[in-house]
Design a binder for this molecule. Structure first.
Ligand code: SF4
Ligand code: SF4
Length: 340
């Protein structure tokens, strides 16, 4: 505040996301008589979206200072046509396996029962990334802990199958009331708890479903907790087994009333870190070129980020592959195998 005085003519505020500092400075100066021109988001010099690049800041500065940038000085981002790179689940992430099975189960249900496409609600965690292609398993995401409550609403208001996804940490944090509400009202919704044994998105913090290192906390059983609430359909599956998981989810969607499925498989980053500590080898997968038909089924339905296109076939980047081995269940031609 002290640096804002009459000697200053212009002030450019560079802050990503919401204009908190900009609003604060404008409020501080209100009624002080200090006449500084303030530039930032409210003047259209910056966006609420994106991480800022040096080029963006340079452009905004030039405009505020009235400096004309030459073609050479203009930031490169204006010239580059970069392909979009949306955030995605890690290679080997168990959420990818869960979503692959869920999409197959939901499509099977819609085909057999001739219903409309299912509605997927989601929650806050790594698994929110299911919104993207090829899974599109987040039609609606309102706030932390909302997936189960909103699923109940959709189940009441539509005839479509409704499937909610919530992570283990979020379920313990704020998902339980939504499940209670579904049970109380008998909503016809499938509630999937994606239990990757940790609070992954924010940096692998513990949650009540796991023991934490040397600490002797009382680990809460998800199964006992859900069963104790009176859920009649409750099954657990390991999503690295795609067919078994698809069948469990199909039974859950077919159940009349609230059904809960726990899909349990540890976060691959945590699992591989533990393997490295034990000096266990992580063996990547590869594509047998002569067996790959170039059908693109793996890319179009599973889309592990370790896949890449090699001519008219698919290959696996060994540096990215986490060695989970699940892609071998996706390729119908047996082309994906462990590196020998
Ligand atoms: S699914 Fe198998 S055969 Fe088809 S492109 Fe992928 S690796 Fe090749
Ligand atoms: S084994 Fe297959 S699915 Fe797993 S990380 Fe490697 S390429 Fe991806």
């Amino acid at each position: 505040y002290k640096i804002l005085d009459q000697s200053m003519e212009k002030l450019l505020i560079v802050e990503e996301l919401e204009p908190l500092v900009e609003d604060g400075v404008r409020s501080l100066l209100y009624g002080t008589g200090i006449d500084v021109e303030i530039y930032g988001k409210h003047t259209g010099h910056f966006s609420r979206a994106y991480e800022y690049t040096p080029g963006m800041v340079k452009e905004a500065l030039a405009e505020v200072l009235g400096v004309e940038l030459s073609k050479r000085e203009r930031p490169a981002h204006q010239e580059l046509k970069m392909p979009p790179r949306p955030p995605e689940l890690c290679p080997g992430c168990s959420h990818r396996h869960s979503y692959y099975a869920a999409v197959k189960a939901a499509r099977r249900y819609a085909r057999v029962h001739k219903t409309e496409a299912p509605i997927f609600t989601s929650d806050i965690g790594c698994y929110s990334l299911g919104y993207g292609s090829p899974f599109e398993t987040a039609d609606y995401l309102l706030s932390m802990g909302s997936s189960m409550g909103t699923a109940g609403g959709f189940a009441r208001a539509t005839d479509q199958p409704v499937i909610a996804f919530i992570g283990d940490s979020t379920f313990y944090h704020s998902g339980i009331p939504g499940l209670i509400n579904n049970i109380y009202h008998g909503h016809n919704a499938t509630l999937v708890i994606l239990d990757n044994r940790v609070t992954a998105m924010t940096g692998h913090q513990p949650n009540p479903g796991m023991t934490a290192g040397q600490n002797s906390f009382n680990e809460l059983s998800l199964e006992k907790l859900v069963a104790g609430l009176g859920v009649e359909f409750l099954e657990t599956s390991d999503p690295t087994n795609l067919k078994e998981t698809e069948d469990v989810l199909y039974r859950a969607i077919s159940f009349a009333g609230p059904a809960v499925v726990i899909l349990r498989s540890p976060c691959i980053l945590m699992e591989n870190r533990e393997k490295r500590k034990r000096a266990e080898e992580i063996i990547p997968y590869t594509v047998l070129e002569d067996q790959c038909t170039g059908c693109d089924i793996c890319i179009n339905t599973f889309a592990c980020p370790a896949f890449y296109r090699k001519g008219d076939k698919i290959a696996i980047d060994a540096a990215l592959c986490a060695g989970c081995g699940v892609c071998a269940q996706v390729c119908p031609f047996g082309a994906m195998v462990e590196v020998s």
